[in-house]
Ligand binder design. Structure first.
Ligand SMILES: Cc1ncc(COP(=O)(O)O)c(C=O)c1O
Length: 396
């Protein structure tokens, strides 16, 4: 069995990497360890590189391209085997990125002034896309539980459906930034309420193949007949296999009445035409990436445990909330006794770390930061020491 080296520190500077190139713009300085935007610092599975190399170098004609049957089948097989999510070729289409896909969903299924439910703290582009398109975001805030984790507020959700008559709701499944693998009961209840009140569900499952610590991904569309009837699912190999720059995603809609007009509209406007490298990389990833992914997830788990232990021992004011999925760790910094602005300033100007500001995901993210642990342990350990030193300086 080939062992992949996730510990190698790879210099990404000068490669048009968002994580580095945007530091000055977003944080006001460049001398920060970038542990923010959600891609990983790991080299991809060699089978992906080899498939791209083969296609690019051994056949240097890059004309109009259509997805081969084997491309669709690689997604169908992967989802069936890994997540017990069954669908057919007719129920799927290509989408060039999930945020792009969400924008298409907003434009097709809703009209200006319509309400769309989100569950903050949640991945910030949902709200941005909703409001930028003249729709109104309604927040069904997650509830923080006594054990420091989060759950859905399902009672409030029904009230929102009754009072606001939203057309659409976004389910971030698994949930970013907290890394929640939603339980089947919550998903069933959301779907039951949605169908009862005529709401469509947009299920963003981009983190669904990054399950850790024994948790399982439950695709929303699989939980009940209600869910299958109202859910638009989007998923991707982009987070899973670290190929976000290739803009490859897929959409599945089980209900033909929901699906047909949308897919027709996408096709009429050529909004679902894949590009060559996305197809090549996606198929290679789904067909040959399992062992790489298993080792990657193991490395991520070890990184999370290191962060948890380090905080417990050296920075008790910062609590790392253990995610059930993905490589993002929600840090509760309320124990530092600082206001949010001070926390934010300390991470940048004292610890010299670039993390995502918790309030980016909604006001409930106050005194929280989101840490990307998809990096070499050497880098992560350095980051944790910088944070500990910054917190120690606070006390002086
Ligand atoms: C929940 C979620 N959806 C979508 C995206 C972005 O997807 P894409 O790059 O395909 O637009 C991210 C990236 O962090 C994410 O966390």
């Amino acid at each position: 069995m080939e062992l992949y080296d996730f510990g190698r520190v790879i210099d990404r500077k000068g490669t048009s990497t968002y994580k580095y190139e945007e530091l000055e713009q977003d944080f006001g300085r460049c001398d920060l360890l970038p542990l923010w935007i959600a891609d990983m610092d790991f080299e991809v599975c060699p089978a992906i590189t080899e498939a791209i190399r083969h296609r690019v170098c051994d056949h240097a004609i890059y004309g109009y391209t259509m997805p081969p049957a084997s491309y669709w089948q690689s997604i169908i097989d992967w989802q069936r085997e890994r997540n017990h999510f069954e669908f057919t070729r007719d129920e799927m289409c290509f989408i060039g990125g999930i945020v792009t896909g969400f924008g298409l969903v907003i434009n097709h299924y809703t009209k200006p002034g319509d309400k769309v439910v989100i569950q903050q703290p949640v991945y910030h582009p949902f709200k941005n896309v909703i409001t930028a398109n003249g729709r109104i975001a309604v927040n069904n805030a997650l509830i923080e539980t006594p054990d420091g984790f989060y759950k859905m507020n399902l009672e409030e959700l029904e009230q929102i459906f009754i009072e606001h008559h939203p057309r659409l709701m976004v389910v971030c499944n698994p949930h970013n930034p907290i890394g929640i693998a939603w339980d089947i009961e919550s998903l069933r209840e959301v779907a039951r309420l949605a169908r009862k009140h005529g709401v469509l569900l947009f299920s963003d499952e981009i983190h669904g193949d990054l399950m850790i610590f024994g948790h399982r991904h439950t695709p929303l569309a699989t939980v009940s007949d209600d869910a299958a009837a109202v859910t638009i699912t989007m998923g991707a190999p982009s987070k899973t296999f670290n190929i976000a720059g290739l803009k490859s995603s897929w959409c599945v809609i089980k209900n033909p009445e929901v699906r047909r007009p949308f897919f027709q509209w996408l096709e009429n406007n050529e909004l679902c035409s894949p590009h060559l490298i996305a197809l090549t990389a996606t198929e290679a990833a789904y067909r040959h990436g399992t062992e790489w992914l298993n080792q990657c997830l193991h490395y991520i788990e070890e990184n999370i445990l290191m962060v948890e232990n380090f905080c417990r021992e050296h920075i008790p004011g910062v609590r790392a909330i253990r995610p059930q999925a993905s490589f993002l760790v929600w840090l509760d910094c309320s124990g530092l006794g600082l206001c949010h602005e001070q926390v934010h300033d300390m991470f940048i100007n004292s610890a010299h770390l670039a993390l995502n500001d918790g309030t980016m995901f909604g006001q409930a993210g106050s005194c929280h930061m989101r840490l990307n642990v998809g990096t070499s342990r050497t880098v992560l350990e350095k980051a944790m020491h910088q944070l500990a030193d910054a917190v120690a300086t606070l006390k002086k």
